[in-house]
Design a protein around this ligand. Structure first.
Ligand SMILES: NC(=O)c1ccc[n+]([C@@H]2O[C@H](COP(=O)([O-])OP(=O)(O)OC[C@H]3O[C@@H](n4cnc5c(N)ncnc54)[C@H](OP(=O)(O)O)[C@@H]3O)[C@@H](O)[C@H]2O)c1
Length: 275
């Protein structure tokens, strides 16, 4: 089986790429935009560039494609250009595994099921480009493809296969090492998912015939405040150094409060468990 990982230099993509390299009977190709240093055999490719994309895809001819690309403020271009190029190159036999986000639910309160209606953030919101591009991506995929898995994830945490931690934990640890406190909100509730569990389930979906939309993660949810207290403790610090952050926000920066994902469905189709 040949698997292509777009975004193999990234936090999640690097774990998927490394695990696939160790998987028997699997050929893996990985791409990056700039960060080739993470692995020395990645293809440098801007997915938004139609010619180089086409050349790479035709040469690679993957059976499975993993989309683990992210570009914050340029996310819309990434979907409008890069993902569209990918969709036009897919054959019915090529399976797409697209990593989406809990931010497709910007309205209301979780826990959300897979078939709940997605919603967009107002255009003026600071996070709208990323969140709304994820909604657009899911619509493109479900309209144009049949052989796909959309995996929605909340905040991804933990140490990946190349020893890199999520930025939130890195910042927390540096702050606590300096003897400072850190503050996180207890009114923002999420389904946190470990990077290694998510990478492993992506590989499992690449090997099975299951398709559709799935929420990835444990059944448990946490507030950022609870979760970061636990993270502090796991890193050898006293949890009381993590304090509750103020909840006041300007309206155009109001973050969705509860984007908890109901993860029952995925637990019925995969062997992978979520810590
Ligand atoms: N991190 C989270 O908490 C979280 C939560 C929910 C969902 N997700 C989703 O999970 C996936 C992976 O996220 P991540 O945190 O691993 O992201 P990341 O660490 O920022 O990695 C992003 C990857 O995308 C590549 N990239 C960016 N622009 C590109 C372009 N124009 N052409 C080709 N490659 C490009 C980057 O290459 P370079 O390294 O070379 O720049 C890198 O490999 C994304 O789909 C994201 O939306 C993440």
């Amino acid at each position: 089986m040949k698997v292509c990982v777009f975004g193999a230099s990234g936090y999640l993509g690097a774990s998927v790429y490394r695990l696939l390299k160790e998987t028997p009977d699997t050929d893996v190709a990985g791409t990056c935009l700039e960060e080739r240093a993470v692995f020395d055999d990645l293809y440098k490719l801007d997915v938004n560039d139609p010619e180089s994309f086409s050349e790479f895809f035709k040469a690679t001819q993957p059976d499975v494609v993993v989309w683990s690309v992210m570009s914050g403020p340029d996310e819309d271009e990434l979907i409008q250009e890069g993902l569209r190029h990918l969709i036009t190159h897919m054959t019915p036999d090529t399976k797409l595994i697209y990593v989406s986000s809990d931010f497709v639910f910007a309205d209301g309160y979780g826990p959300y099921n897979e078939d709940d209606t997605m919603s967009k953030l107002p255009d003026e919101h600071v996070l709208s480009t990323y969140a709304n591009a994820k909604v657009k991506a899911e619509n493109f995929i479900t309209q144009d493809l049949k052989n796909y898995v959309i995996l929605r994830a909340g905040p991804i945490y933990g140490e990946n296969q190349i020893g890199k931690r999520d930025e939130r934990t890195d910042q927390l640890v540096s702050q606590l090492r300096l003897g400072k406190t850190a503050a996180f909100r207890d009114d923002l509730i999420r389904t946190f998912v470990h990077v290694e569990d998510l990478a492993s389930v992506i590989i499992e979906f690449g090997q099975n015939d299951v398709t559709g939309i799935y929420h990835a993660g444990p059944l448990r949810s946490n507030s950022f405040y609870d979760f970061m207290q636990q993270t502090a403790e796991q890193n050898g610090f006293n949890r009381c150094h993590v304090e509750k952050a103020a909840e006041a926000e300007e309206v155009d920066k109001e973050v969705p409060k509860n984007t908890v994902l109901n993860t029952e469905k995925i637990s019925q189709v995969v062997k992978q468990t979520f810590r």
